[in-house]
Design a protein around this ligand. Structure first.
Ligand code: NAP
Length: 295
């Protein structure tokens, strides 16, 4: 089928794929179309599962049109949910939040869940789901405006600004009873700081380490702390858990339609804006899901 891309998803992992190094997936081929998720309209179809005029989500890549055999694409229902949300809250980032929170942290009521990059596509969903599970949600975000949004619009109990010169003290004040679950999106110094506040039997879901995609890697923490706190630290990649996607997407879509899950988007215009959008995302220049609109 022939697809016309309407929205491109700009994701931090694309930066990692530009490294010519062994990782969980093969690097971006030089000279090939930049890969990435997209929401597209079916323009021509010789595929029995896809009809002209339907909207689909899948690996459309950074281009206006894509020709595909349909593998890894699925039809989306845009009657109650806008198409671009299938690249965010009801797409890969939403499932990432759902999986790390429910399958690794598994918060119990009254436990505390700490979330970095809390205003972002993944982090914003994590905190809201943690609140729905009865936990206390503490966010970390960059700047007063993002922190206010995390607290006042997403409903986290408190948000700490990692750019504040008093970050370490403010984080300690926000965690009077420590944390039981950590959803780590960033790494770096704030992450090492966070680990010091872990409770006994704490669970840390290592989702992303965006602070080190362009800079020095985050070192392993003091392993004595991991032992003394009997802590679980588990890295995960959402595409390894495809059997969970259907349940997660159904639940996330239900929350969005019912108005229980809020989200925000930064939308850049035109294909030529995609490279800068990725650069800006890696510097915190997005507010919510970073997208490029083509149509
Ligand atoms: N494991 C998986 O399967 C999986 C799947 C999807 C995403 N991820 C990871 O999840 C994380 C979040 O992804 P996303 O798509 O939701 O992006 P996002 O949170 O919407 O955007 C990235 C945010 O990271 C923060 N950031 C960037 N550099 C930073 C630094 N040096 N120090 C502190 N914060 C920094 C910025 O927020 P502030 O302005 O608030 O600092 C920025 O807005 C990324 O690490 C990504 O790689 C993992």
């Amino acid at each position: 089928m022939l697809l016309r891309n309407h929205f491109l998803s700009i994701d931090p992992y694309r930066r990692w794929r530009l490294n010519d190094a062994k990782s969980y997936a093969k690097p971006q081929d030089v000279g090939a179309v930049m890969g990435g998720g997209a929401v597209a309209e079916v323009v021509e179809s010789r595929h029995p599962r896809f009809k002209v005029g339907e909207f689909v989500v899948g690996p459309g890549g950074w281009q206006h049109y894509a020709v595909t055999d349909g593998a890894a694409f699925r039809v989306i229902d845009t009657t109650a949910i806008p198409p671009q949300a299938y690249l965010g809250v009801v797409g890969m980032p939403g499932v990432t939040a759902w999986y790390g929170l429910n399958k690794i942290i598994a918060p119990k009521p009254d436990e505390t869940v700490l979330v970095s990059a809390a205003s972002g596509a993944v982090g914003g969903v994590v905190g809201q789901l943690a609140k729905q599970a009865g936990a206390r949600a503490v966010g970390i975000a960059g700047g007063a405006e993002k922190c206010a949004y995390v607290r006042d619009e997403l409903g986290f109990d408190v948000c700490v600004d990692h750019k504040s010169p008093r970050f370490a003290d403010e984080l300690a004040a926000a965690l009077p009873n420590g944390w039981d679950g950590l959803f780590e999106n960033v790494g770096g110094e704030p992450f090492l700081n966070s680990l010091r506040h872990a409770n006994d039997f704490a669970r840390a879901a290592i989702c992303g380490l965006i602070a080190s995609y362009e800079r020095a890697p985050t070192p392993l923490p003091d392993m004595r702390l991991v032992l003394v706190r009997r802590m679980k630290i588990e890295g995960f990649i959402v595409s390894d858990h495809l059997s969970n996607w259907r349940d997660a997407l159904r639940e996330l879509a239900g929350h969005v339609v019912a108005g229980r899950l809020r989200y925000r988007e930064t939308v850049r215009q035109g294909l030529q804006s995609a490279p800068q959008a990725l650069v800006d995302l890696l510097r915190g220049g997005n507010f919510g899901k970073m997208l490029v609109k083509l149509v």
